[in-house]
Design a protein around this ligand. Sequence first.
Ligand SMILES: O=P(O)(O)OC[C@H]1O[C@H](OP(=O)(O)OP(=O)(O)O)[C@H](O)[C@@H]1O
Ligand SMILES: O=c1cc[nH]c(=O)[nH]1
Ligand SMILES: [Mg+2]
Length: 213
Amino acid sequence: MELKVLDHPLVAHKLTHLRDENTKSPTFRALVDELVTLLAYEATRHVRVQPVEITTPVAPTVGVELADPKPIVVPILRAGLGMLSGMTRLVPTAEVGFVGMVRDEETLEPFTYAERLPRDLSGRQCFVLDPMLATGGSLGGCVKFLAERRANDVTCLCLLAAPEGIERFRQLVDGLKIETTLVVAAVDERLNEHGYIIPGLGDAGDRLYGVID
Ligand SMILES: O=P(O)(O)OC[C@H]1O[C@H](OP(=O)(O)OP(=O)(O)O)[C@H](O)[C@@H]1O
Ligand SMILES: O=c1cc[nH]c(=O)[nH]1
Ligand SMILES: [Mg+2]
């Protein structure tokens, strides 16, 4: 697995406001959207393109366009949904699949409550969206679903990751033997005893969409 950590002052600035407990949902959503654009720029560096002939007002030329089959973007519900519009703005012809997961806050294991993915993902570039990689159970579970559908080229975009989660995720995907890239805006210090990222930003889903008990 290849790990890329964004190192950019604008990213650090936006993350600081995102983390702040005084930042309310509308601003939080806008910041997630802006940060995804920056993450997506790095994550799509190797998106497949094919040549296309066009004519400018003064000359014919050969450019490129996104290759077929088109990439598939997979937000992990709920929080990953907050990253979807930023991603599809950059890759407008991508298709979208959905995985719904919620972590059991006692066991810290993910429970999958929804799944809507193409049956065959072989040859497709897959981009998984989830702002938080804490223990790594949710992201790992999602990539397992993709691998079961024969995906072999997966890039995950996360805002914050804990070192423990990155390591667990690395072991899982290396075992699955699929080409995986993880692009994160920042790697935080650690997990606390409740499996929350420290310093983190709290519960990303709750901050985007409100607290569900
Ligand atoms: O790495 P993990 O330990 O699995 O934790 C990370 C997961 O927790 C959050 O989702 P949550 O379960 O809170 O669901 P939500 O998006 O509906 O809030 C987050 O968006 C990840 O999916
Ligand atoms: O810090 C964390 C850990 C899991 N899920 C979140 O939303 N935040
Ligand atoms: Mg949540």
